[in-house]
Structure formats: C-alpha cells, structure tokens
Design a protein around this ligand. Sequence first.
Ligand code: ZN
Ligand code: FE
Length: 262
Amino acid sequence: MWTYQHKYFIVHQLPVLQDNYIYIIQDRHSPVVCVVDPALAKPVIEACTQLNITPTHILNTHHHWDHTDGNQQLVQTYQCTVVGNQDDASRIPYIKQTITANSNFSLGHLHIQSLEVYGHTLGHIAFVIDDALFCGDTLFGAGCGRLFEGSFAQMWQSLQKLAALDKPTKVYCAHEYTLVNLAFAQSVDADNIYLQQRIRNDKNKRLHKQPTIPSTIGLELQTNPFLRPLDPKFCSTYSQTHAVETKPLQVFTALREARNHF
Ligand code: ZN
Ligand code: FE
C-alpha cells in the first residue's frame, strides 16, 4: 500500500489482481472514506482495519467487474453507499446514490466533480477532487482505455476533457499498464525527450516494485501518445509517416488502432 498526502484528503493505493489499483480516499475533515473501484473487497477490508478507518462510500467509474466486484461484500461489511453514474445504474451492483455525469456533489468535505468520459464504456465517468483525478480505464499512464462501447470520437473528446485539467493534477488510474504503454509510445514518438526520460524513470520504479501511478496531467501531455495529437507538430509528423489526415481525431484514431495490434 502507498499513501499520498493531499491538502484536504489522503489517498491510499492498493495493488490488487494482476495490475489493478484500488484507491481509498480519506477526508481529513470528516469521517468520509471513499473506496474507488473495488475490484475485490478483502484487500480493502484489510487495509481499512490496518488504517483504522471505515469506508462510507464506494465510487465506481464504470461497471466492469474489475472495478465493482468488491461492492457487495463492502456494502455488507460497512453499509457503505455505492455512488455511480445514473446512466449506468442498471449495470453497477448495489448502486444507491446516482449522480449525473458532468455534475458536482459533496461527500463530507470532499467536493467532487464527475466528468462524462464515454469511450471505454458508455457510462464511464471520472471523478475530480481538487488536484486528484480518478479516471478508471479512460486515461492510463502513457495510454488510454480500449474502446469497448464508445466511438473514437467519444474517447477523443473524453481525453481532451482530462487533458484540460490543471497540469499538476495527479492521475490516479485503475491499472498499472505504463511500461507496455511506454513501449508503444516509443514506437510512435521516438524523438520525444520527455518520453525518453519517463521510460528511464518508470522502468526504474517498476524495477524497485514501485507504482508508476499516479502520474500528472502535465507528464501525460508531454508523453502520452493518445494526448500527443493535441500538438500540431506531432500531428503533421505522424500524418506524413502514416498516411492519415493531419486532424487530431484522425491521428488519435490511427494511434488507437495501431495500439490494438501492438
Ligand atoms: Zn474497464
Ligand atoms: Fe479495468
């Protein structure tokens, strides 16, 4: 478990399953404790026992089992409230508090903004709390989620929303996919010095069994191939070498398709 201090809350990061992260957000000024995307209940219960805290809420970014399978046992153990997108309510187990995408709500003293980030699924939302982004399977370290339900245009729009957040915003995504994503990034953006630096740093972290997550929006803007279409220079180089239109959406689409076959 790793712990990160924010001004108004503390984030605990639990690695579970093959490469999932569950986050526990502890409000500094109220008893509110939110569990983000519990793939499993047991590691959360063990962590909370150790930390002497009690989950009050579960925040689900989307309905996939590796984000919601812990809901049942956590609700039964703590009577905590499952919060999720009202448009995904039929697919999120034990959901109790539905919110709309692109809205603001408060839990304790946590002021939370939900963003509609459809693409990986139709119903996927992200949570922004001050300088922390919980983005599930939309934006990854140097990558982005697969398109299971949405279109390329939807995913591109979603990624642009996240890219517009303040650069120091911490990116707490739901999977440790960074190194394989960086290998793909290297294959399409070899001259990027920020990328070379990140590959060195993140390889070193994994070598020492440290997470590469959270990253920041600033670092993702510099190195994530799925945000690089925001840079016109990158677009013109990529479009010339890969025979696609120079438009950001066309470049993003070509990159996402290339990543599927990488
Ligand atoms: Zn998913
Ligand atoms: Fe997932």
